[in-house]
Design a protein around this ligand. Sequence first.
Ligand code: ZN
Length: 272
Amino acid sequence: MQQRASGASTRIHYAGEGFLIDSHAHLAMFPEPERRAALERAGEAGVHAVLVPATGREDLELVAELAGLHEGRVFAAIGFHPHEAATCDAAWKRRVERLLESPGVVAVGEIGLDYHYDLSAREDQRAVFAWQLGLARERGMPVVLHHREAWEDFLAALDAVPGVRGVAHSFTEGEGGVIEVTGRGLFVGISGMVTFPRGDNVREAAKAVPTGRLLVETDSPYLAPVPHRGKRNEPAYVRLVAETVARVRELAVEALEAETDAAFRGLFLAAP
Ligand SMILES: [Zn+2]
């Protein structure tokens, strides 16, 4: 198994511990100067780090650049989202491989299957997902996983590449789904949907995740939590997600922050 030659993952820890982290925010989708302002507000809200996943040709370079620009505060995942799978040709694959070497790039993502929108042919989605899972295993890097209405194929793809570490982000599958993914060694990301009146499935998932396997996220600019629904989401609001998850898990917010921070470091910042 090829290890990352640079050892970059051990050099980029943020200082201190027990902090609130937004484990999934598409900051590349924010225009400037709103991006910088959103990062400042995150800092003021006590959000110490943000993981920014790429989605494809439009944002790969920018996502890698943001991690280099905000060292120790912004971390990046590089990959092709299932919506963009059809555009991931050999030249783009080489670019993904190259960008995975950039400073602050800690994961392959956002990758997976989306049969709800079917924006790329399912065949292309499965092929590009499988290629990226293999790439992650070969590099010893974790993955950021997206799945929607593709549950059986999603699990089958994971089972075909045993040993891959990662997070199933913005999880909505309830307790049974939590057992399936954590049983495969994965982490579970809970988004602002946990605050929605009709988010019982997400609250059920948030409660069911075993200690040490939980992450919180905003999925900015989407899925703004209550009371910001319908507006652009931003990393500062991960505090609202954390507060709701803490209530569901009957924990103090500080305990939840410590738990999710440790999980984030273990998954994304520890040497493989
Ligand atoms: Zn996403």
